[in-house]
Design a protein around this ligand. Structure first.
Ligand SMILES: [Zn+2]
Ligand SMILES: [Zn+2]
Length: 284
């Protein structure tokens, strides 16, 4: 079976390569892949900026159909249309696992980074991570369930966006637009910010009913909540400048490398204040 595979660490080293055919062990299934999203993380993996256990087939935003069941899997899963969580395994005993927060387990091994993922015709998955999707939901759209879940974790658990908040989303890519939709669903007013190069994405944002602006344009007022989805140093700097006093700043975009972000503010007379006075630093 061919999979789009990260073959060795460092930049590049990605190619279609022959990979072992998945065989389900106990409590595992094989899913025939219908669609797999290309995540920003996949681009970082390509560029050698994200830890992977090579060789590994990439792809963690997967939808498809269950075609093989291992021992102990409920037969109801056979032929089910599904999406999946990205964890292949977690330790099950650490404090976070026992609290049900398995996404934060330090021993977490995920598809597309530690074990073969969804850029292949079939993928091996633990049955416990499957979620059934309704018949009416297109499989390509369903592959967005994973980034949508990330956005919901970031904005709603605990809640960081409320009704009537002015929300600024920096970075109008798919995750930025999903974040804008989630904020809108909470009753917030949302503004989406991009660069001149993002014009097509900003047009999509306007079609979805959001106000937009590009780098260089002024904002009318500081935001109650900034959701940074670009992962770019300049986007983060702009976001930190644009949040109001006592506001909230949520970092979703990954920089993939060491960057410099100014965590002090100047008051115009050369006095410097710690940014933490401006931000509510969430206790997590
Ligand atoms: Zn992703
Ligand atoms: Zn754990």
């Amino acid at each position: 079976m061919l999979g789009l595979t990260k073959l060795a660490v460092g930049p590049g080293n990605v190619a279609l390569a022959e990979r072992p055919e998945p065989r389900p062990g106990p409590d595992e299934v094989v899913v025939e892949v219908a669609a797999a999203g290309i995540c920003g993380t996949d681009l970082h993996i390509h560029d050698g900026e994200y830890a992977t256990e090579v060789p590994v087939t990439m792809g963690h935003e997967v939808s498809g159909t269950v075609v093989e069941l291992g021992d102990g899997v409920d037969p109801d899963w056979r032929e089910a249309r599904v999406v999946t969580e990205t964890y292949y395994s977690t330790c099950g005993v650490c404090e976070l696992c026992r609290a049900g927060r398995i996404n934060l387990c330090p021993e977490r091994r995920s598809i597309g980074t530690h074990v073969d993922g969804g850029f292949a015709p079939r993928v091996l998955l633990p049955a416990r991570g499957l979620h059934r999707i309704p018949d009416w939901l297109d499989a390509t759209v369903a592959a967005l369930a994973e980034p949508l879940a990330c956005v919901c974790h970031s904005l709603l658990e605990p809640e960081r966006v409320g009704a009537d908040d002015e929300v600024l989303v920096v970075g109008p890519g798919p995750v930025g637009l999903l974040a804008a939709e989630v904020a809108k669903a909470r009753g917030a007013r949302v503004h989406v910010r991009g660069t001149a190069r993002d014009e097509r994405r900003l047009e999509a944002a306007r079609e979805l009913g959001f106000a937009t602006s590009v780098v260089g344009e002024q904002l009318n007022a500081p935001a109650d909540v900034v959701v940074e989805c670009s992962g770019h140093e300049s986007g983060m700097a702009f976001g930190l400048e644009s949040v109001r006093r006592g506001g909230r700043y949520v970092q979703i975009g990954l920089a993939g490398k060491r960057i410099a972000v100014k965590l002090t503010l100047e008051d115009g007379q050369g006095n410097v204040k710690a940014l933490s006075r401006k931000l509510q630093v969430p206790g997590r």
